[in-house]
Write a protein that binds this ligand. Structure first.
Ligand code: A2P
Length: 278
């Protein structure tokens, strides 16, 4: 079964399902997770400087022996490193930790609006892109008003906005704006996290029974049907495999309508307007 890809607004393609490694510990844990994912067929890995595991991700990629150009690697600039010069320095350090000479997608991790530096930061992102060191550049956790401001100042529009997105928090407004500007949407905490309750939700479990799939697989499929890029996190090989076994079925209109009833409008993560942690 071939995995689906999304074509970004710069013509680059990204696998629609990747491995998220937030909260995977550097060293053996993250290396084992990335190795299991690559073995299962994943070709996209999503990390961030602040996760503290770029070294392990880089080691596992190298050890896999898979040609570099067959793996799509995303990492993110941490808030404390925003600003033109600091961004360039932080990017170089991420490359070094990952043992890579380019990144496929580099994201501003949070808008951190109180610092008011994301537009300056974006100029450095444009330089990184123009220098060929990142094949795509984008943002994360940008609300519509942050995106509109960035688009007013940017020469190169972001290719991606990675946001908290799952059936309890479907982000209709942000997704609409992204669609209007041809910015791909990428879902973090796509399963609703470990405490959100989506994995034990009876409606999702029932849809799973109908398709012979687990709750996690149903939720991942929901993201695929919506056209989002999705990065479920797991450090367990069997779950990593299961989360990638989602290309042999589709959800029907009734399934999607059932899942739409789970929208509570509530985040499980931080609000980007009040999140300036450094
Ligand atoms: P673990 O890493 O221990 O497997 P999200 O991606 O929404 O943040 O959610 C990830 C959470 O869900 C993690 O706690 C992860 O735990 C767990 N998880 C990931 N895949 C599955 C799965 N297929 N079944 C059950 N839990 C899963």
């Amino acid at each position: 079964m071939t995995q689906p890809h999304i074509t970004l607004n710069n013509g680059i393609t990204i696998p629609q399902v990747g491995l998220g490694v937030w909260q995977a510990k550097d060293g053996k844990e993250v290396e084992a997770a990335v190795s299991a994912a690559l073995k299962a067929g994943y070709r996209m890995i999503d990390t961030a400087a602040v996760y503290g595991n770029e070294k392990g991700v880089g080691r596992a990629i190298k050890a896999s022996g898979i040609p570099r150009d067959e793996i799509f690697v995303t990492t993110k600039l941490w808030n404390a490193d925003q600003g033109y010069d600091k961004t360039l320095q932080a990017f170089a350090k991420s490359l070094e930790r990952l043992q890579l000479d380019y990144i496929d997608l580099y994201l501003i991790h949070w808008p951190a609006p109180a610092a008011n530096k994301y537009n300056d930061t974006w100029r450095a992102f444009e330089k990184i892109f123009n220098d060929g060191l990142a094949r795509s550049i984008g943002v994360s956790n940008f609300k519509p008003h942050h995106l509109e401001d960035l688009l007013d100042h940017a020469v190169i529009p972001p290719a991606v906005n990675q946001i908290e997105l799952h059936p309890q928090f479907p982000q209709h407004g942000t997704r609409l704006l992204c669609n209007q500007h041809d910015i791909a949407v990428e879902s973090w905490s796509p399963l609703g996290g470990s405490t959100g309750g989506l994995l034990t939700n009876q409606k999702i479990i029932d849809i799973g029974h109908k398709h012979g799939k687990s709750a996690a697989q149903i939720i991942i499929r929901w993201h695929i049907e919506n056209g989002s890029i999705v990065i479920p996190k797991s450090v367990h090989a069997e779950r990593i495999e299961q989360n990638f076994d989602v290309f042999d079925f589709t959800l029907d209109a009734d399934d999607m309508a059932q899942i739409a009833t789970l929208d509570t409008g509530e985040r499980i993560g931080a609000d980007p307007d009040s999140t300036n942690f450094t």
